[in-house]
Design a binder for this molecule. Structure first.
Ligand code: ZN
Length: 242
């Protein structure tokens, strides 16, 4: 069984379309939250995600704010503007879809959480110290997270006290051994200086985890952001992947 793992689409339909075209031979999809925020296509993206096969999806901080489950004051001014814009765009069905998403999902051998298993909505796992602490907050061999928009693997061997970190490139393909925290990177707003959409494929039989990048029509999504008067900084950052 091959599972497509995606995160942080952020209402970027062009990037999601490119990922779905590039990903092959998967039967299931895990989506790690932040379907909306920043981008111009909240409803289109939610509609596309809802149609994905055997989907497990969890809520991200932007999703929670877009349905008023989180205080907007926790976001910076520009992010807040887009969340308010998104609140006005969402159809009642898509609003309800986000409301109903769980914060954390535990499957047979994986845990899914947007930020971290310890604090699913908010915490960023950016360093080995935070990762090490978070290994105490899930009980499955593997945990998949998003939120930082940076593809990364943290792993902890049997006798180890501190987690190790791997910053993968697009050709990284590893056979996993318990335990590990894995981030597929961001589909719609990468922040590792590579503007291409990022995603992962998890082979659940072989425990193989592989990273992929795919180019998409950045100009097209930027044009729709301009038309919607979304903040310039969010438009510009798509070009540099930051
Ligand atoms: Zn995000």
């Amino acid at each position: 069984m091959r599972i497509l793992v995606i995160s942080d689409i952020h209402a970027n339909a062009n990037a999601l379309e490119a990922v779905l075209e590039a990903a092959t031979d998967y039967t299931d999809v895990w989506c790690l939250g932040d379907l909306v925020g920043y981008g111009p296509d909240p409803n289109r993206v939610i509609d596309m995600v809802r149609d994905l096969p055997n989907l497990q999806c969890i809520i991200g901080n932007h999703d929670a704010a877009a349905v008023k489950m989180l205080n907007l004051d926790t976001f910076n001014t520009e992010a807040k503007l887009v969340i308010q814009w998104t609140q006005n765009q969402l159809t009642p069905e898509n609003h309800q879809y986000l409301v109903d998403l769980p914060e954390k999902t535990e499957l047979e051998y994986v845990t899914l959480a947007h930020g971290s298993p310890r604090s699913p909505i908010w915490e960023y796992i950016l360093d080995t110290r935070t990762a090490t602490e978070n290994f105490e907050d899930f009980y499955t061999p593997y945990c998949f997270v998003g939120h930082s928009h940076v593809p990364v693997i943290f792993y902890l061997g049997d006798e180890q006290i501190m987690a190790n970190m791997i910053l993968p490139d697009e050709f990284t393909r590893v056979t996993l051994t318990p335990r590990a925290i894995l981030n597929p990177g961001s589909v719609g707003q990468p922040r590792d200086r590579d503007p291409r959409a990022s995603f992962g494929i998890f082979d659940a039989d072989e425990h193989v985890w592989e990273y992929h990048r795919v180019e998409y029509d950045i100009n097209g999504v930027q044009e729709r952001m301009r038309q919607a008067n979304l903040p310039k900084r969010h438009i510009d950052r798509l070009n540099i992947g930051w």
